[in-house]
Design a protein around this ligand. Structure first.
Ligand SMILES: [Zn+2]
Length: 80
């Protein structure tokens, strides 16, 4: 059976359920813990963004996924 690994931390995703135990975003597989970390780091910035743009948030999220994959850990850098 094919095993899924988180593209950021490389953790094996056990019994993967899309949208619940892992997240398929921009052709990347992200575990729940990495997604939560990204969310936690990006959320405070959302409050400073007015008016809120969902496209902007999505773009930011995806950019930081790519950065985190390069680093091998969750790292968020946000330029407004
Ligand atoms: Zn992960």
């Amino acid at each position: 059976m094919k095993t899924l690994n988180c593209d950021i931390c490389e953790a094996v995703l056990k019994a993967p359920i899309s949208g619940r135990t892992y997240f398929h975003l921009a052709h990347r597989d992200i575990c729940e813990s990495c997604r939560d970390k990204l969310d936690y780091l990006i959320k405070p910035v959302l409050r400073t963004k007015s008016p809120f743009s969902y496209d902007w948030y999505t773009k930011l999220f995806l950019e930081n996924i790519e950065k985190s994959i390069q680093k091998g850990k969750v790292e968020v850098k946000i330029v407004i």
